[in-house]
Design a protein around this ligand. Sequence first.
Ligand code: ASP
Length: 314
Amino acid sequence: MGNYAIAIHGGAGRLMTGVFTPEQEKAYHDKLAEALQAGYAILAHDGTAVDAVEASVRVLEDSPLFNAGKGSVFNCEGQNEMDASIMNGKNLKAGAIAAVHTIRNPVSGARAVMEKSTHVLLAGAGAEKFAKECGIEIVPPSYFYDEERYQHWLATKDMEGASWAGDTYLTNQATTGKKFGTVGCVALDSAGNLAAATSTGGVNNKKFGRIGDSPIIGAGTYADNKTCAVSCTGEGEYFIRQSIAFDVSALIEYKGFTVAQAATEAIKKVAQLGGEGGLIAIDNKGNISVPFNTSSMFRGWINMEGEKFTGVFR
Ligand code: ASP
């Protein structure tokens, strides 16, 4: 029990109960619990929310179970092209990288932009060059290859346009296709500071150069000590068009909503335009809200009372 708390997501999707064997479902719960613990241990030692969200997201990026870092989906040219961002609610500093192919942990690349540059968002080769200069681990593009994701891309690449990762299991009857999820984390530390981070491979078969909501501050990620920290998942274009992460914060600041009211209202707006997805949000008192309008969202939290939860389905 403490005055700190943490929440994570591993992506919203259209999974239905029964799609996993008990062993597969357990593997997801175990990885979510491991990621939560990585961040929570930092918070428990009076570490910062920024350190905690980076640590939790790195665990999920290193796992091929999620669509971020290793295990990212493939774009229309059969490449893994990743986006990530991080924001510090204490000073509203933020960093992001987009369309990168060689940064092992994109969230750490985003943090380098936040802390070691005067910019917020770097893309493509420039982002990779900057990460390398900052001593961030660089790997060959083949590191991100995942056979199951690749087979899914092969099976779907001639279908119309991009498919959001959450669609995987519907469009892919031929392979098991059960790997989902953009990842994200929000945290409140013992000093009262909030932070948020999001990392993704984007959407399957996306156009080269397509950038989603995850690296867009205010769309996929936002944190402000005055209000809350937010990380989103879903069909990114809908989240960009309504600045969903910032909207949650704005509803708290301008309208006096609770975090649960604000988060629910923001997801309602996504749905009103025809979009699907979810988000995780934590306010500056440690209240956590995780609304989604899909049938599933990998998620978990450890709240102010020290209670732990991981879940997949509604
Ligand atoms: N929001 C991510 C994107 O559009 C995808 C996801 O969350 O599944 O890139």
